[in-house]
Design a protein around this ligand. Structure first.
Ligand code: FES
Length: 390
């Protein structure tokens, strides 16, 4: 996608700002409250969304070097990401070919070999079985058949997308719907991971709703980041993915020639990647973003979010201090304001206090998100590519 598409978005927002206008959805949307509180629905969403849709498993900056690895359990599925000797990122089920032991502990590191803690079989960075303990007494096996089960992966725009189902034939690029071309303008493949933290929150959709609107900013965040912000937002959807921005955010472009409009202003706002990522761009301590990666927790009313603080350039000492301060503030805003409120919502809805919740005409981002959640839950495996082909 050319820079022109971002310029068009900026122009539209500047015109809206001049007219003191916003773009509204056609109607209100009602969502049944039990989609946030039903354990049955929660399991269905884990199975049909998190275990079938491409997920952002890591930013490239988390595994920049050959031999870097990351073991994790998104939606309870134990997986391993590695960057091989050839520089290619692969994802595997974290389950030994012998009797299924998890051979890598959750976390990150760099290694040549993975050794299973149960009987000592070893695998290389490409997932090949390269060592069988007491091989001469074990018996004959075709070692190729006992390589690690590989998952579909695509590294694109500095993000590592993967599907938790080794048999999936969903095309990740089709799912991305061209949105990756916008994300590519950040240049994340060359950015640095400054720090990451993991925090707990309410039901994953209660938590994610907050990333998809600006309506709450001047209210819930009035004492931190939102006091001077407008509740108005503009929403741009590409397949299930939504970019949220606001007319006022483009005012710094006034007086500049269009050819000189800086990319960091053209990209301003929140870039969500369905079903669980938010990328918020901001200034401070050098050009940086907070990438939030949400996963459902163990029960319907829980989720966890890893916040990645990514910086365009390795920070100087002064920038490090500034970045730490900013990251602390953002953690507080999300944990003590967004997720505090989300947990209150969760408790109220679980009590049966409301039978539905509302998304206004000015909350188009949430409307698009919930529309896609429902569509995907209802779509059979063999129709998924079609769904994203539009
Ligand atoms: Fe891994 Fe036996 S389960 S070596």
């Amino acid at each position: 996608m050319s820079r022109d598409a971002l310029v068009d978005i900026a122009k539209e927002n500047m015109a809206l700002y001049d007219a003191q206008d916003v773009i509204l959805a056609d109607d209100l949307m009602k969502i049944p409250a039990d989609i946030y509180t039903s354990s049955e629905r929660f399991e269905e969403e884990k199975d049909r969304i998190f275990k079938r849709m491409p997920l952002v498993l890591a930013p490239t900056a988390e595994l920049p070097n050959k031999g870097d690895y990351k073991a994790m359990k998104p939606a309870g599925v134990p997986i391993l990401l590695t960057r091989g000797d050839d520089g290619v990122v692969r994802a595997f089920m974290n389950a030994c070919g012998h009797r299924g032991a998890q051979f890598a502990d959750v976390g990150t590191g760099n290694t040549k070999r993975f050794t299973c803690p149960y009987h000592g079989w070893t695998y290389n960075r490409q997932g090949e079985l390269v060592g069988i303990a007491s091989k001469e007494r074990f018996g004959e096996i075709d070692e190729d058949c006992y390589a690690l089960a590989e998952l579909p992966v695509l590294e694109k725009a500095g993000l590592i997308f993967g599907i938790l189902d080794p048999k999936s034939d969903l095309d990740i690029e089709t799912f991305l719907s061209g949105y990756e071309d916008f994300l590519a303008h950040f240049g994340f493949e060359n950015w640095t991971l400054f720090e990451s933290r993991t925090i707990e929150g309410p039901n994953w959709k209660v938590a994610y709703d907050g990333y998809l609107d600006y309506y709450h900013l001047p209210v819930l965040h009035k004492n931190t980041i939102g006091g001077a912000m407008s509740p108005n937002a503009t929403y741009y959807s590409f397949g299930p993915h939504t970019h949220v921005t606001a007319p006022e955010r483009f005012e710094p472009l006034r007086g500049l020639e269009e050819k000189d409009w800086p990319m960091e202003t053209l990209l301003i706002g929140v870039w969500t990647i369905f079903p669980h990522i938010s990328i918020a761009s901001f200034q401070g301590g050098g050009r940086s973003v907070m990438l939030s990666q949400l996963f459902p927790g163990d029960e319907v009313g829980t989720s966890y979010t890893t916040q990645y603080y990514l910086m365009e350039n390795a920070p100087s000492d002064e920038q490090r201090a500034e970045a730490h301060e900013q990251f602390d503030l953002l953690e507080t805003v999300v944990l003590d304001e967004d997720y505090w409120c989300g947990k209150q919502v969760q408790e109220a809805l679980a009590s049966g206090a409301r039978d539905h919740v509302l998304f206004g005409r000015n909350e188009g981002g949430g409307q698009v998100f919930h529309g896609w959640v429902q569509k995907i839950v209802e779509t059979e495996d063999d129709k998924l590519n079609e769904l994203f082909e539009g």
